[in-house]
Design a binder for this molecule. Structure first.
Ligand code: PLP
Length: 389
């Protein structure tokens, strides 16, 4: 075998994703793009805010713009700008050395998990969960252990307490959540913090909380509480992929709570892994986002789509929790076999992702990072699919 044995399974797994894309492309070629209702991708389609174009234009018109390597954790003034913004947002005193600029939230997760976990240690994460976590755990030589959420997809803190073992090093949470759209409240986060503190004492090792927050700014009438206030031994990872609609530009960061146990060491390790994995985050994008702290896409566009999708699907008879954030809806599959139901939707030229892929069987995920016409055009098909089952 010319490739590493452990990669064989990974390649097989990615083949399924590739087949899904190819099938979608085939349907679009056969029936016309406008007749296929593709809710399968979490790829932001809302334009970046106008400030982005201005900042980028000014940067590229400057003859002194430098294209060389940047310091590995990022330009000091960029990390300072991120630290200043986060200090205000979270009421915690971040210094630039607690920040590492990364290749998206994915890069930040890889840096963080690789820094924190010994081989064989566990990452505990609530299910349903973002599929990328399997990949980041694989790269960190760690294992993912899942713990179910409650019926509203919120944290079941006593189940988390029971699931923690001597192998747990990291609790990984994602709020606003992909795929469910749930936003965790400050009460549940505080409870989680208490459980992590007690478990760290019980097992004689610090359990770190890793908060994956790339959808932090995409919420509807709820606040995303500060994770740093709930538990100090926290690394938050985030990006500008969704809040500025820059997913393809690959820019993000990680922030270590300055009072976390061994905070300097954790931040230094993450800077080293960042160097090893990607050398440095894209230079031009570092410079751009440093001038766009607190700027976000027009969230009202996602809100309108969420409201349309929820209203139309509920009138037809689908059952779901109205999402408080991100741009995903996670309805209950009308039959227990969600993979089968997604294939029935496909017969109606509707592309969705089975919940099974997120560790949430019995549900399916719809991304509403799609034009409103996709939502309205799909409703007859959603109705027919329900009638079929
Ligand atoms: N975490 C979650 C929950 C996501 O949904 C995504 C991307 O969709 C990522 C992390 C990776 O984000 P980025 O594009 O910033 O690397």
């Amino acid at each position: 075998m010319p490739i590493a044995e452990k990669m064989v399974k990974m390649v097989e797994g990615m083949k399924m994703v590739k087949q899904m894309f190819e099938e979608g492309a085939r349907l679009k070629a056969e029936h016309g793009t406008e007749n296929v209702f593709d809710f399968s991708l979490g790829n932001p389609d809302v334009p970046p805010p106008p400030e982005f174009k201005k900042v980028l234009t000014d940067l590229v018109s400057d003859d002194s713009l430098y294209h060389g390597y940047t310091p590995n954790p990022g330009y000091p003034h960029v990390r300072q700008a991120v630290a200043d913004y986060l200090s205000k947002e979270h009421d915690v005193n971040f210094t630039p050395d607690m920040i590492v600029m990364t290749v998206g939230a994915a890069g930040a997760l890889n840096d963080t998990l690789k820094s924190l976990l010994n081989p064989g240690e566990e990452i505990l994460t609530p299910s349903p969960y973002f599929v990328g976590y399997e990949h980041y755990a694989f790269i960190a030589n760690a294992t993912i252990k899942t713990v179910p959420t409650d019926t509203g997809f919120h944290l079941d803190v006593s189940a988390i307490d029971n699931a923690i073992s001597e192998k747990t090093r990291v609790m990984l949470i994602n709020s606003p959540n992909n795929p469910t759209g749930a936003v965790y409240s400050s009460e549940e986060l505080t409870e989680l913090g208490n459980v992590l503190n007690q478990a760290s004492q019980k097992y004689g090792k610090r359990i770190y909380l890793v908060a994956d927050e790339p959808y932090r700014k995409i919420t509807y009438d709820v606040n995303v509480p500060s994770i740093f206030q709930a538990y100090p031994h926290t690394v938050a990872v985030s990006s500008y992929s969704k809040e500025l609609s820059l997913a393809g530009e690959r820019i993000g960061y990680l922030a270590v709570h300055p009072e976390a146990e061994d905070a300097e060491l954790v931040a230094a390790a993450a800077a080293v892994t960042n160097t090893m994995l990607c050398v440095n985050a894209p230079s031009l994008l570092q410079l751009a986002v440093s001038q766009l702290q607190g700027v976000t896409v027009d969230v009202s566009i996602y809100r309108r789509r969420r409201d349309m999708l929820c209203q139309d699907l509920s009138e037809i008879g689908y059952d779901f929790n109205v999402p408080d954030g991100a741009f995903y809806l996670f309805p209950k599959s009308p039959i227990s076999d969600d993979v089968k139901f997604v294939s029935i939707l496909k017969e109606e030229l509707i592309l969705a992702v089975p919940g099974t892929g997120f560790g949430g069987p019995g549900y399916f995920r719809l991304s509403y990072a799609v034009p409103e016409s996709t939502i309205t055009g799909s409703m007859k098909g959603f109705k027919r699919a329900l009638e079929k089952v």
